[in-house]
Design a protein around this ligand. Structure first.
Ligand code: FPP
Length: 255
């Protein structure tokens, strides 16, 4: 269910986001500042992943989506890519039990066809182990890009049209969304990017249409509870309008 709901939040409503999406950026710069190899930044970044997962679970946030590896990241030095893949595997192996004990439902979004069999197996097992959990839904985007997601959804929709199951003229947003990776989940309410970069970098292009965007200069490995709290306060002070006027939203709120 990823339709826009104008009643979801109002002016200054001290409400928590249902879904937070994060670009975890700045690992390389963090390492460079410390005269360490870039990989040390990725290693340190795992601790921030733990921190944000715990912070979201503690607050009852429903969905957290983390951009761990983009389709374009395959172009990085082969050593760095190899290190990241090993890191994902190790992190999965060491964290999945704890996530399961904490009722976290772990899912992966992305193409993933180019990942090693070992990593794909570990991802599938983690997914299966936590599938019936009812707490935080944690989506890890690996080998993902927003354009890839839109394209793969379009291809699947086109096949339905080819098969005569759907008329091109009647295709609705809902028909399209059912094929997107995050179908069935609410759209992100809050997007966070660390490291001072202010762009979306091919993350959830369709789903971020009405998301509140929060940027912080803090590098991902330096993430703290306070930064997460600041982002949540920023969110609670936004008036979400979804194309309506501020007055309309206020009258809906008081009705
Ligand atoms: C971006 O920083 C970060 C990545 C491409 C990798 C993110 C991976 C982690 C945080 C490791 C752990 C993740 C999981 C899910 C266990 P960058 O390398 O682009 O930093 P830079 O812009 O400073 O170079």
């Amino acid at each position: 269910m990823s339709t826009v709901n104008p009643h979801q939040n109002g002016l200054g409503a001290a409400s928590l986001p249902h879904h937070i999406a994060i670009i975890m950026d700045g690992n390389g710069r963090w390492a460079k500042r410390k005269h360490l190899p870039r990989t040390a930044g990725h290693h340190a970044g795992v601790e921030s992943v733990r921190l944000v997962v715990e912070a979201c679970a503690k607050r009852g946030i429903e969905v957290l989506t983390l951009f761990a590896f983009g389709k374009e990241n395959w172009q990085r030095p082969v050593q760095e890519v190899g290190y990241l893949m090993e890191l994902f595997l190790k992190a999965l192996e060491s964290e999945v039990k704890k996530l399961h004990q904490n009722n976290v439902k772990l899912q992966f979004i992305g193409d993933c066809s180019a990942l090693s069999d070992k990593l794909k197996t570990s991802m599938a097992q983690s997914n299966a182990l936590t599938a019936s959990n009812t707490g935080l839904v944690l989506n890890i985007a690996v080998d993902y890009s927003g354009r890839w997601d839109i394209l793969q959804a379009s291809k699947r929709l086109a096949k339905q049209v080819e098969a005569g199951q759907l008329k091109a003229d009647t295709i609705s947003s809902a028909d399209f969304e059912q094929y997107l990776c995050l179908h069935g989940l609410p759209e992100p309410d809050l997007f966070i990017r660390t490291s001072g970069e202010q762009r979306i970098s091919n993350f959830l292009l369709w789903q971020l249409a009405y998301t509140e965007l929060y940027f912080t200069d803090v590098l991902w490995p330096d993430l703290t509870e306070e930064i997460i709290e600041e982002a949540l306060i920023f969110y609670s002070n936004r008036q979400r309008r979804f194309g309506f006027t501020g007055e309309q939203m206020e009258s809906q709120q008081s009705a």
